[in-house]
Design a protein. Sequence first.
Length: 149
Amino acid sequence: MRAVIQRVSEASVTVAGEMLGAINRGLLVYLGVDRDDGETDAAFIAHKVRNLRIFPDDEGKMNRNVADASGAVLVVSAFTVSADARKGHRPTFDTACEPERARVLYEQVCRALRDSGVPVEQGSFGDEMQVASTNAGPICILLESKKLF
């Protein structure tokens, strides 16, 4: 499982002109599920997102997590996070999980974040979405449950 994490001052997701989710200060998470991912991968990603210390403390050091910063998380499903662009110019998505299983694991990540006390907004799994955000920093972190990078 892979995630692109952006620290944001605001973010929202819209489908067909309808806003489905919006947050102010917090994390925008683009989540990609690979075909060999399971519940432990979802738990790992949720734990890392919840506990990443990338918000400034009173001294300006990145020392607070999203909950400490009174932030929220917007999770957007994005199979393109699983892209492999090492060969040629057209990415392949051979490792991406089939939609039915990916949806279950996506929902598991969202549920685990909520259960940890963090407000969570979501996109619409599998739909064409418009995502708007203001990156704060900019701070962008890549997570990979198999720890390949």
